[in-house]
Structures are given as structure tokens and as C-alpha cells.
Design a protein around this ligand. Sequence first.
Ligand SMILES: Nc1ncnc2c1ncn2[C@@H]1O[C@H](COP(=O)(O)OP(=O)(O)O)[C@@H](O)[C@H]1O
Ligand SMILES: [Mg+2]
Length: 317
Amino acid sequence: MNNKKFDVLVVGELNVDLILNKIESFPEIGKEKLAKDMTLTLGSSSAIFASNLSSLGAKVAFLGRIGNDNFGELVTGSLREKGVDVSCIVKDSHSNTGATIVLNYENDRAMVTYPGAMNNLNINDITKDALSQAGHLHFSSYYLQPGIRNDVGKMFKLAKELNMTTSFDMQWDPEEKWELNYDEVLPYVDIFLPNEQEIQNLTKENSVEEALKKLSGRSNNIVVKMGNKGSLLYNERKTNYKKPFLNTEVVDAIGAGDSFNSGFVFKFITGADLIECQEFGNLMGAINTTAAGGTAAFTNYPEIIKTAKEKFGYKAK
Ligand SMILES: Nc1ncnc2c1ncn2[C@@H]1O[C@H](COP(=O)(O)OP(=O)(O)O)[C@@H](O)[C@H]1O
Ligand SMILES: [Mg+2]
């Protein structure tokens, strides 16, 4: 660890999730349907990552944009409850806090997102002062934040100039255009964390192997998340496959990738070797699937490790 105020600064999108459950049938134009159950909660994969990293015991600060409204209060309140510092979060007076409406059915989900203030996060928000407070920078959800898209390389470069370590999960592109000039970004990213579909879409290749080959020599470490198949670690032209801590009673996999990231980065900032980081990433991805949503399984370090030992036979180092 380091002597900075925070171990990790998370830059990313923030929104609430309004989840409607037990809906009598699918929506139809011109008709009204009833849902028997509703949850209003902190959404966004960056927030899941920050919360779970904090629950593991790291000192985490968040930088993102919210509106000056009730949903914004819910977002900051929920992060604070998880021990995440919210003093770098920017309140946008021209936009509302983002919101995702989730229509949750037994085997499927339909979602509509209003991005709101997350559209406006920009490079001027990422001040040297904010970066200097932390030893590590994590950025997530590239395609959801158009205001900073063209400056992500600049942000990571600045972080490296400040001697920070860095990680990046670009996440899914809702427009499915996959425009990202990775040669401007990946040289400044220590750990790139896509899933297997995302890395193929980014590189326009039809296999993970080809995608990794294409990025070889243009990136540092790449970790490919592969759902219930585990993960791959790629560095120095070598691939290390790690099988998952398989959960056969999955509640849901919402946030599994973000939890994987939190496990990986948690070990990485302590200076653990990358194989150990990968194993702990897999473990936290698996832990995530034992409870509903992305954060419920993450209480505190001793509880998490207890579940890991009991459910997955994990042997703590
Ligand atoms: N059913 C499962 N059992 C055990 N581990 C899982 C399961 N599903 C996901 N994981 C773990 O979580 C990680 C991230 O999940 P994944 O779905 O690949 O991420 P993303 O949400 O980014 O697509 C996987 O690499 C794996 O280690
Ligand atoms: Mg993901």
C-alpha cells in the first residue's frame, strides 16, 4: 500500500436503479401493467466496483457526476454507507442524476437508462489534486461517458506521470460501435479488464486469442473475464487460464465483472503477483453470484473470506 489518503480513486458513471419485479406481463403500448415489488438502489458498475473494493478494506474515493437532486443524494448516501469517500463527486446544476429503469422478469430483463449528469463528466473534472490523493486510478464504463471519451488517454497519462498504477474496464458499448483508439489509452493502463465479448468487439476479431494477439505489444496486462468459465491473464505474450470458483447455485450474475475487478485491484495494490490477483478476482466474481445484485454479498473482509472458505474451499494466503 502507499502513504496516500486513498488507495484507489474510481472515476466513472453514477446512477440509481429502479427495479420493478413481479410484473404481471410484458409492457404493451397504450396499456398499464402492475408490478408487485419495487427496489430503488444505487446502480452503475463503477459504484459496485468502488463499494466492493471498500468493503474488502481498501480506502476508496469516487469521482463522477450527479445532479443536484434526490437521486444524487441517494447515490452519495449509499456510497458513504459503504465507506467510499464522495468529496470529489461533482454536482451538475444543469442535469439530473442518471437513472436506469429495470423491468425484471424471471429469465430476462429490459432496461432503459437516462444517462443525465454522467454525460457531462469531462477531463477538467479530473484534477491533479484529485489524482494526487490516491495511489491507483480505476476508470470504468468508457462508452457511457461521452464527455470524457476523447481524453481518457490524457487522463491515464497524467496518472502515470503522478506515479499512480492504473486499471481500466471499458464495459459494453450500448451503441455497439466500439470506437476507442486503444493505442492512445492502453500504453498507460497497467491492467485492462474487458470480458471476452468486449475484447473481440473492440479489436474486431472473432476469437479472444486473435484479439489478444492484436493487442500484444500495444498494452500491458490484460485480464479477460469469461463468466462461469473463469478468466485469462495475458502479459508478456503469455496466457494464464484460471478456472472459476464455480458456483452451481447462482442467484444472479449482476455485477460479477465489477466484483472480479474489485478483487483483482484489491490484491494488485498490495503488490501481490498477478496470478494471485487473478485468483482473487475469480473468487470475488464467484462471491458476487451468491447474493442478489452486485453488492449484497460484500459485507466486510472477514465475512467475505468466511464465505469464500465455506462455499468455495478458498485457502487464504
Ligand atoms: N457462475 C459463476 N461461478 C463462479 N464464478 C463466476 C460465475 N459467473 C461469473 N464468475 C466470475 O466472475 C467473473 C466476471 O464475470 P463475467 O460475467 O465474465 O464479467 P462481466 O460482467 O464483466 O461480463 C468471471 O471471470 C468469473 O471469475
Ligand atoms: Mg463487465
